[in-house]
Write a protein that binds this ligand. Sequence first.
Ligand SMILES: *Cc1c(COP(=O)(O)O)cnc(C)c1O
Length: 421
Amino acid sequence: MTMLPDLTKTTLALLDATDPLAFKREAFVLPENTIYLDGNSLGAMPKAAAARAHQVLNEQWSQDLIKSWNSHQWIDLPQTVGEKIAPLLGAAPGQVICCDSTSVNLFKVLSCAMLMQPGRTKILSQAGNFPTDLYMVQGLASLLGEQNCQLVLVDDSVDQQALEHAITPEIAVLLLTQVDFRSGRLLDMQRLTQLAHEQGVLVIWDLAHSAGALPIELDAWQVDFAVGCGYKYLNGGPGAPAFLYAASRHHAQLTQPLTGWMGHNTPFSFATAYQKAPGIAQFLSGTPAIIAMSVLDAALAVFDDIDMQDVRYKSLALSHCFHQLVEKQPGLASLALITPLHPNARGSQLAYQHPQAYALCQALIKRGVIADFRAPNILRLGFTPLYLRYVDIGNAVAILADIVNSQEYLKPEYAVKHKVT
Ligand SMILES: *Cc1c(COP(=O)(O)O)cnc(C)c1O
């Protein structure tokens, strides 16, 4: 294995020794001999999550059965968890709820926003946005009819001004993902929200790769709606419920389409006519997934005693170190960074293009460095400050260099495609 120069190793160890977040690693279960650079896709498991799962199954469900809805406050979980996520988003109480998936929540807020914009029919988004965001718009357009709803796409991957120029009074809703899932590019949420509002456009932000990774100020930036995942940087576990933010100034006038009984004003009156609950509870549809939501609830405790500015600082520092070390390795010149290097322009991941990115990723995983691949040619590395150490970064780059220099990644076994990449 290619060894890092001693000085670098010493420097990385020193960074760990002075890292204000170093103590957090203890809160997670991390497998031996693994450097996990995929917490942007599925966060690692907090110890508290496992304990809570055990408790919900063995003390609550099995022992207290249906009484638990009241005695263990199961019924309040969507709000309880929403209020725990809210501070991470810069949201005052009463505006964030935990429910369903990001995709489903997107459909709800898209519908609400379109209904608030009579006379406007266009939803503007990025051509490179995460597919589910675009698919949900397409689904809504087919429901409303093409004359009432059209998806307008801008390719902002090269010309970043393109997006700003496309925000016109013709647009009803601007739907953007703050951190691009491929490149890791970070958009200026405050500026784009303001530009949209100047044109009478409502904004929906997808925070899938931002929540728990960087400081966000939804209230201060006057965002209208936002959605995001519970299983990425929030570490809620595979398929964890998502969150939805709707600014309280809009609550009274909203009509969301998935009017299930849990979003009714008085669900247990079993009334025939739907009457929406006031506030953020109107976004609930069906019965919450209590086991999954409890696990997310417990997982969020890791954020209790930390400052998101520290998280952001370390995230940028980890990725900076990674790229610096990559640049020092002549053998890694074939990796082309597509993530903007400016700290204001990147999220918490790095993305490299390489013609053999899939095989490289597989070879890395085999060596205990878990990264991921995004078609057609991107090697993606996520940096999660709560459980990654600086020394991990040094070791990960050394292993990557070894795989490339030895051409180990060209072994046929690494070309076999799996169902989930
Ligand atoms: C991961 C991700 C999603 C996932 O949506 P689900 O409904 O949870 O499958 C949505 N949007 C973006 C931008 C993502 O990165």
